[in-house]
Design a protein around this ligand. Sequence first.
Ligand code: GTP
Ligand code: MG
Length: 336
Amino acid sequence: MNDKKVCQGCGVLLQDENVLQEGYTTNLENDICQRCFRMKNYGEYQSVAKTNEEYMKILQGVAETKDLVLYIADLLNLEKTIEDIRSIISNKMILVLNKKDVLPKSVKEEKIIQYFEKENHLFEEVIVISTFKNYNIDYLLKRIKYYQTSRNVYVVGHTNAGKSSLINKLIHNYSDSGQELTMSPLPSTTLNTIHIVIDEHLTLIDTPGLVDAGSILNHVDEKMVKKISARKEIKPRTYQLRKNQSIIIEDLIRIDYVEGEKNSFTLFISNDLKVRRLLNVFNNEDLKDKNKITYQVKYDEDLVISGLGFVKIVNKGVIDLYMDKNIDSFLRKSLI
Ligand SMILES: Nc1nc2c(ncn2[C@@H]2O[C@H](COP(=O)(O)OP(=O)(O)OP(=O)(O)O)[C@@H](O)[C@H]2O)c(=O)[nH]1
Ligand SMILES: [Mg+2]
C-alpha cells in the first residue's frame, strides 16, 4: 500500500481502508478521494467539520518561511478584521479581494481599494479580482512574480473565499498541468496543503480555509447554501422603512427598525433569496423566537451578516436583529 499519496483535489492522504474516514478511495491508483470525485462529477457535496487548530499549525508553518502569501477574501463576505492575519504571519502579503463579479457594476474598484487604505501598510498591495470573469488575473500574476521571494507562494484565507478556484484559474491560464483542485460552495472543501507547480519559477500552495464558525453557511442546509452563494451580479434591493417596519429574509433573518427617522435599507445579498417587508412589526411574530441583538446604527453603516452579505443603512437608528444565535453579525463603516 502506498501511504504517501495525497488526493490532488483536497490534499488529504488517500486510504482504501475506511469508507467513513477522510481520503477514502476504492482504489489507491486514483488521484482523488471519493468525496472529491463525487463533488466534481455529481455536484454531491459532503461537508467536513473542521476546526482551526490544524489550520493554525499550517499558518505557523507558513510564518516560518519568507515566502510571499496571497490572502484571499470574498468581497461580499469580508472578515471583520482583515488585519488579524498579521498576528499570525508577518510574511510579505498581497490582499486579493475576490468575487468582484457579484458586486453591482456601479461599485467602483478604486472605492473598494480606498476603503482598505488604512490596511495598506499591512499589505504589499490590494488587488480586486474575479476568478469567474477572469478579471485582473493577468495583473495578479505579474504582481506575484514581482513580489515573490522564492518559488513558493502560499494561498490563505477563510473557507469559501475562492482560493482553490483562483489556483485552478491560474493553472488553466498559465500551466500545462491537468491538475484540478476541488471547489465547492460548502466551507472546508480543501483539507490539507497542496503544492501546484505552475512553472519552473512558481509553485502555488493551496491551504484549507480558516473556518468561520459564525458563518450562516454552517447553520443552514445544502439547498440554502446554494441559494445564499451569489453566482451573479447582485441587484441591490432597497427598502424605505419607517419606525416599526421590518424586513424578513427567507425564514432566516428578521430586521426590525425600532427607532429613528425614515430610513433606507439596501440589501447586498444573493438575488435568489426571498425578502419580504412588514409594514407593522406588531402584527407579525415571525422569527421573534430567535436570538435578538439590538444595534445602534450610526450614519452610513453596513450591517454585515457573516456568510450572507450586508445591509447598507443610510441614517442612524436602532434595529433589532433576530436570527440563529450562532450566526455572527457586526456593523462597519459602509463599504459602498
Ligand atoms: N461569484 C463568484 N464565486 C466564486 C468566485 N470564485 C470562487 N467562487 C465560488 O466560491 C465558492 C468557494 O470556492 P472554493 O474555490 O472552493 O473556495 P476555497 O477558498 O478554496 O474554500 P475552502 O477549500 O473550503 O477553504 C464556490 O462556490 C465557488 O464557485 C468568483 O470569482 N465569483
Ligand atoms: Mg479550497
